[in-house]
Design a protein around this ligand. Structure first.
Ligand SMILES: [Zn+2]
Length: 234
């Protein structure tokens, strides 16, 4: 399986390429493109969240803890004094970074339900929901956040699968097939829960046509019509 550095590098390059293509296509600001790039890069380490000793879990939970603290700024009533804000933010950060991480590490198995396409779908839907409901982004941009989450997740799973192929001898290591799976049948109750939660989330999300319409209207022919020396055709 690929290591932390390979994962974050590959996901960063992939997301940067997709984000710049969308910015070039129009309709997105450079700042929005940069945010999508960050989301895709972060999602590239997300599937290893369940490997208890990995750097991934510490990075992911630090980012999650910061995101939760920032969300509190939006959610807390403006009438509170600044001391309450500081206290609430500190408690939120510490409880997510240490408390929730500790719980998560105890109850998850590496390459269990979390290392699957179903988990990728769930995380993408959750990202859309957070972006739309908590951060009040538009439906279209929220779906793009979800798209990049899924994209980073998929790159991770494919990379792990690639690393289980012994290229020199063209032999498959025993780990082949364990990285990219639709869902985990070994822990089917957890998979079922993830499936139900994904369905419930999808029902609460803004209409996905905001994303499909946007992608259809991208000038893909123009963006991809590169001819030597690399020039974009008009
Ligand atoms: Zn992995």
């Amino acid at each position: 399986m690929a290591d932390f550095k390979t994962h974050i590098t590959t996901a960063s390059i992939g997301s940067a390429m997709l984000a710049t293509a969308l910015v070039a296509g129009g309709g997105l600001s450079a700042g929005q493109g940069a945010l999508l790039w960050l989301v895709g890069s972060g999602a590239g380490i997300l599937p290893d969240i369940d490997s208890d000793s990995s750097r991934s879990i510490r990075y992911i939970f630090t980012v999650l803890a910061v995101a939760c603290a920032i969300s509190l700024i939006f959610l807390l009533p403006r009438t509170l004094s600044v001391y309450w804000f500081w206290g609430a933010l500190a408690i939120s950060f510490v409880s997510v970074r240490y408390g929730v991480m500790e719980l998560f590490a105890r109850f998850s198995v590496h390459r269990g339900i979390w290392h699957s396409l179903l988990a990728g779908v769930f995380c993408s839907f959750l990202a859309v929901w957070l972006s739309y409901e908590v951060f009040a982004h538009s439906a279209r941009f929220s779906w793009l956040i979800g798209l990049f989450t899924g994209f980073g997740f998929l790159i991770h799973l494919l990379l792990d699968e690639l690393y289980s192929v012994d290229l020199e001898g063209f032999e498959l290591k025993t780990s082949f097939g364990s990285a990219t799976k639709l869902l985990s049948l070994n822990s089917w109750p957890a998979s079922l829960l993830l499936l139900v939660l994904s369905g419930a989330l999808f029902w609460m999300l803004p209409d996905i046509s905001a994303l499909t319409g946007y992608l259809q209207n991208q000038p893909w022919e123009r963006l991809l019509a590169l001819h030597w020396p690399f020039q974009v055709m008009d």
